[in-house]
Design a protein around this ligand. Structure first.
Ligand code: NCD
Ligand code: ZN
Ligand code: ZN
Length: 361
């Protein structure tokens, strides 16, 4: 028998009486985003373009974006989806494989590609073409180190004998430490960190290592996946962790350290593939990204730290200018739509149907 429907895990706490009613930031950037392609892309790009000046576009299409020429063409398709009058720049990346030739790095740099993405083969959505052993890519990583192109890493081991909740921590010892030792001046972004182990590792690393943090990993612990039934919309990779880890991520994000910056990892999947016996991994947060981050920072009493995290530290790490212009959030209750069109399918935003406290103006 089904249990009665339960409320979704709550993200809100009461605002203190002295709380600000509006918040104006330098226009933020999203340093980790999935927009897919085709009609799905046309549905989601406007959501991000409304809030962010730029976004790092992840290359895990089918087939993946592995060459500079493909990245340029994909970037043009994204730009064609930006609504008239909106300024938004997609920052393109290449998907690193065992066979990415070192010569592709110069072509990528010349084409304006800003980074390469390492997916351990089989670790996450569309990662079948990923790297099977990082040592196979060393010649290419050396070319990246020379060119100053960062490596963005999905940090999870894929060994099925390692517990899914431990895969990030094990990756630090098995892959990250040797990589940092062998290529000390390669810029590396530890993407979507989910554990206290990763937060500590990055905090203690030198200036060549940084990390992105998603809104959902700041707002929820793993209970969210199991509250009142199995909740596929809270399922992403790396999977949500225990409360002690969520608290460590909040501490890192609100610390003011320039090593931690905003990356939504907004990852749209059609609702029927999320509400499925083998639910796809990924949370769709682009529609309300800054609202969710504002709530997370407010819950921590650290709204004053949001601008550095959202608008300064990522650009600084990538060596890009900070955005001109601003984004304003207002304290205003509004209801996030339960679903939006996604090509021929529907897309359900995380927290769809819930009342949010902050609203982008
Ligand atoms: C991402 C996706 O759907 O592309 N999914 C996810 O759960 N985060 C892939 C990724 O970033 O690992
Ligand atoms: Zn990932
Ligand atoms: Zn991602």
């Amino acid at each position: 028998m089904n249990a009665a429907p339960q409320p979704t895990p709550s993200i809100t706490t009461l605002a203190p009486t002295s709380a600000p009613t509006s918040l104006t930031l330098t226009r933020p950037d999203d340093w980790h985003l999935h927009v897919r392609d085709g009609a799905a892309m046309a549905a989601v790009v406007p959501h991000t373009a409304r809030q962010f000046g730029r976004a790092i576009i992840m290359p895990n299409l089918r087939p993946p974006v592995t060459s500079a020429a493909q990245a340029v063409a994909y970037g043009e398709r994204i730009k064609a989806c930006v609504p008239a009058g909106v300024t938004f720049t997609p920052l393109m990346t290449l998907y690193l494989t065992d066979n990415t030739p070192p010569e592709e790095i110069a072509r990528a740099k010349a084409a304006g590609v800003v980074a390469l993405k390492l997916y351990p083969a089989g670790a996450t959505t569309n990662s079948d073409a990923g790297v099977t052993d990082i040592r196979k890519t060393y010649a290419t990583l050396e070319a990246m180190q020379r060119a100053g192109l960062p490596l963005l890493v999905h940090c999870e081991v894929t060994d099925p004998s390692v517990d899914i909740f431990d895969r990030e921590a094990v990756f630090i010892d098995e892959v990250m430490r040797p990589l940092r030792r062998d290529l000390p001046e390669l810029k590396v972004v530890f993407e979507h960190i989910t554990t206290q182990d990763a937060a500590q590792y990055v905090a203690q690393a030198d200036a060549f290592t940084a990390a992105t943090i998603t809104a959902h990993h700041l707002l929820y612990n793993r209970n969210a996946i199991f509250t009142g039934g199995l909740r596929p919309h809270y399922y992403c990779l790396p999977v949500l962790k225990r409360e002690v880890h969520r608290a460590a991520l909040v501490k890192a994000a609100t610390s003011g350290s320039p090593k931690f910056f905003l990356g939504t990892d907004s990852a749209p999947h059609a609702a029927h593939l999320k509400e499925h016996a083998a639910a796809c991994a990924g949370c769709y947060t682009a529609l309300s990204a800054m609202e969710l981050y504002a709530q997370a920072f407010e819950n921590a009493g650290a709204l004053d730290k949001l601008e550095g995290f959202a608008s300064f530290f990522g650009a600084d790490f990538y060596g890009l200018a900070r955005n001109p212009g601003t984004l304003t959030l207002k304290r205003e209750a509004w209801t996030l739509p339960e679903s939006v069109a996604f090509g021929d399918a529907q897309l359900k935003p995380l927290e769809g149907g819930a009342t949010l406290n902050w609203k982008v103006v």
